[in-house]
Design a protein around this ligand. Sequence first.
Ligand SMILES: C[S@@+](CC[C@H](N)C(=O)[O-])C[C@H]1O[C@@H](n2cnc3c(N)ncnc32)[C@H](O)[C@@H]1O
Length: 385
Amino acid sequence: MSGDNLRPRENEVRDDDGPVIEIEPESNGEEGELPLEEETSPEYSSISESESDDEDSTSIRSTRSFHKDTIEDVFENGRRYCNDTYFMPNDEAEQTRLNIAHQIYLIVLEGELTRVPIPRGRTRILDIGTGPGDWAVEMGERYPDSEIVATDISVFDIGPSSLGLPNVSFQLDDAEAEWTYHEPFDLIHLRSLSGAFRDWGSVYRQAFNHLRPGGYIEVIDADTAADVINFPNIRNSYFSILVAAMQSAAEETGYPRNQDHLRPALLTSVGFTAVNSTDITIPVGVWPEDPRQKTLGKMALISILEGLEAWSLRQLTETGNWTAEEVRALCDKVKGELVKATGMTARVRILTGRRPYAHDFRRGRSDDEMLEEVLARLQMREQKG
Ligand SMILES: C[S@@+](CC[C@H](N)C(=O)[O-])C[C@H]1O[C@@H](n2cnc3c(N)ncnc32)[C@H](O)[C@@H]1O
């Protein structure tokens, strides 16, 4: 196959059941229970920001901050988890995988960190489920006038979050709980959070309420359990057995892992407008001839091989009557299969939406707002190349 055919393929879908627009392809083990080191611990403020100066409140201003070593991680089958519920580990192996995944997303977005326009000047950006914080920190570097709030229920040991950029703050916060931010955001970003929430509609509703009118939400996901991988003869593979097991285990826990949260209709149902869904197909493996695509394919393969155990171990051992050894044996079989698969691809979905201005509801938009919308769309196109 020629390199041209291997470029990421994009399909864009407009909101409001509008026409489907095809866009031309663009160029497109065992973790030791090591003590957590105080000196690398970033300070995390607890829960969310709050307006109140009440002593008991927990806010970025009246901070009741604490170090990560006050959080009790859970060690299970040789992996470390942030609590008893969330299915992904937060150990060094997972952090490394997330660092690689961040680099993959950068290539997929052709060096950009987001598909939505970032206004000039002081903007407020919220990164939900930030993980090690690569995205938040890079946003802070690229947009030094912006204020980035990065939240998670977990704390990762090392990595960019410990760099201490003045405009990036990390907070422990459960996005399923009530949001208490005191100022609205211009962008709320959620990446790789499939399986993190029971009720995505409720998370989207809170995001809507915490965006300023004209502000954007951006959701990016490519969960392996959500039928995003494809390769010849996938139906008769160990991989499909693993995917089916992960899907039914996720259903059982009540934290689904599928594409439902990436449906444009879910954003429009809570009030978002200008909803845009873009699928980008990337190669997985060393099969592409084009050098850039080969690099992307190698990185994607490494990320998937590293992710197999992380995506499946906890959920299958807890709900699927699997032993850890059985899960690992299946993952080994899948690894053998995936390294040999030629023509394997993965589909990444980017879903964006905008909180409308009040005028949008009352009497249609003003000329200025319509102009702003057009400029924002042009900027999005420019960012895509
Ligand atoms: C797969 S990681 C993705 C991290 C990051 N967004 C990225 O793209 O690198 C998912 C993250 O979501 C966090 N998470 C899971 N449930 C959450 C919740 N209810 N509220 C906030 N964060 C959550 C996890 O702790 C984990 O760090």
